[in-house]
Every structure is written in C-alpha cells, then in structure tokens.
Design a protein around this ligand. Structure first.
Ligand code: BGC
Length: 261
C-alpha cells in the first residue's frame, strides 16, 4: 500500500477490462477516487465501480472514446466536477487488429493509431492543461508495450503506435518536469487479458509465447497494476520519462537464453 495515494483522484481509460480494470481496482484499494472509463463496456465498468465501493473505495464509471477530442475534454471536466481535481491520469485504452502490412486498410491503420497514440496524446494534453492551471504536481502513466521496442509483423500500426507512445512520454516528461508533472509509461509483455484470451486459450500458442518469456509464464493484469500503483505514488518521485517494462524478461532477447549465439 502507498499511503500517499489516499484521497487522490485518478482517471483510468479503457478500464472496463484487462490491464485497465486491474489498475482501477488497485487504485481503488489504495483509496484513490477512480474514474473507470469505458468505450463499450458500460456494464463491466459499473460492476468494477460496485466492487471498488463494496471494498470501501470510491469510484464512478464514465464513458469516453479516447480518440474523440470532445470526449476527452468532457471526461476531465466531469471528473473535476465529481471529485474536485485530477492527480493521476492513466492513459491505458488501446486495441490491436492483426493483418499483413501490405494488406492493411487505411481504416484499420487509422483506428489503431487514433486510439493507441492520438488517444494517449489527448489524455496527456488535457490532464496536463488541468494540472498546470491548478498547480497540481500530477502523475501521468501511459500504456505502452514491449512492442515500443520489439518489431511485430502483422501489427505494424500497433508497433508504430507504441513506438510513438515511448517518445511522446519522454518528450512530455522533459517538457513538464520543471512543473513537477511526471510522465511515465509501462511496457507490459504478454498478459492474460481479454485482448489475448483467444490466443492463449490454444495450448500450442500459449506454450510458444511462454517460450519467449525468460520467466516462463504469461503475466497477470495485477502484475501490471502493481507497477502502475508504484508509478502513481510518491515512492517513484524521482522517476520520469521511463518505460518500465513488466514483461517477465521478454525484452531481453530470450532466444539467447540457453547460451546460444
Ligand atoms: C500485446 C499482446 C502480446 C504482447 C507480447 C502486447 O503488447 O497486447 O497481444 O501478446 O504484447 O507480444
């Protein structure tokens, strides 16, 4: 537990499932007031809010499509109206949609870029604007991926968006460090989430992915939420502009693990 988080206000985008859900629940348990943001999972978001409330926390579900500028502005406005401020912005919403790059439609490219990259930009911009206007030394956490570093055939839009999130995070971290606003990213590896449910339900595929992880197992959403809680708390007060990889070692060139090469 991070006692300094108690009473803070956080927005978590894409929080109706997966990593976003785990982060929302963890922040709720830390007594942060949590805005559980969803695009299509209203029912799930409301269930998460209920669960947080039942364990003594405070939360509210809000709709926002992070790719829509007006939605993001409204999300910040309603958060401040409800909870009075904004201290922590978790830009987590993201999607993936594989296709060979030479056959990828412009619509698919645009959709992934607008949610995974433009959505992160809008969330950062609006949160930072609010924090500057109100002299809040807030914290921003962007969801990147091991694929900000590892190229990923069939996912060129996804990899490009995450590479973008990396430099967006570093640039904003540098720009707003003098104001006390920290901007960091998390780079999850293969995590057991709905995005991956189909893939990992096939034992062969699962084994194959596990063989790319030195620690040998698919991560749990809670293992990413642990990292988010630390980055949100003042325990990480001197940390800005990083991507913290939580990937069981996936970024360590696992094919060399047995001393090959
Ligand atoms: C993707 C997962 C994938 C993992 C490792 C993540 O960013 O969302 O689908 O399994 O990277 O490749």
């Amino acid at each position: 537990m991070y006692t300094d988080l108690e009473g803070k206000v956080a927005i978590v985008t894409g929080a109706s499932k997966g990593i976003g859900e785990a982060i929302a629940r963890r922040l709720g348990a830390e007594k942060v007031k949590v805005v559980v943001t969803y695009r299509s999972g209203e029912k799930e978001a409301k269930e998460i809010v209920q669960a947080i409330e039942q364990s003594g926390g405070q939360a509210i579900a809000m709709h926002a499509d992070v790719a829509q500028e007006a939605d993001v502005k409204e999300l910040i406005r309603k958060t401040v109206e409800t909870y009075g401020t904004l201290d922590i912005m978790v830009n987590n919403a993201g999607m993936e949609k594989p296709s060979p790059s030479h056959e990828m439609s412009l619509d698919d490219w645009n959709q992934v870029i607008s949610i995974n990259l433009t959505g992160v930009f809008l969330g950062c911009r609006e949160a930072i604007k609010y924090m500057l206007d109100h002299q809040i030394k807030g914290t921003i956490i962007n969801m990147s991926s091991v694929h900000e570093r590892i190229p990923w055939p069939l996912f060129v839009h996804y990899a490009a968006s995450k590479g973008g999130v990396k430099l967006l995070t570093q640039t904003l971290a540098m720009e707003y460090a003098p104001k006390g606003i920290r901007v960091n990213a998390i780079g999850p590896g293969a995590i057991n989430t709905p995005i991956n449910a189909k893939k990992f339900s096939d034992p062969e595929t699962r084994k194959d992915v596990e063989s790319m992880i030195p620690m040998g197992y698919i991560g749990k959403p809670e293992e990413i939420a642990n990292v988010a809680a630390w980055l949100a708390s003042s325990e990480s007060s001197y940390v800005t502009g990083i991507t913290l990889f939580a990937d069981g070692g996936m970024t360590l060139y696992p094919s060399f693990q047995a001393g090959r090469g």
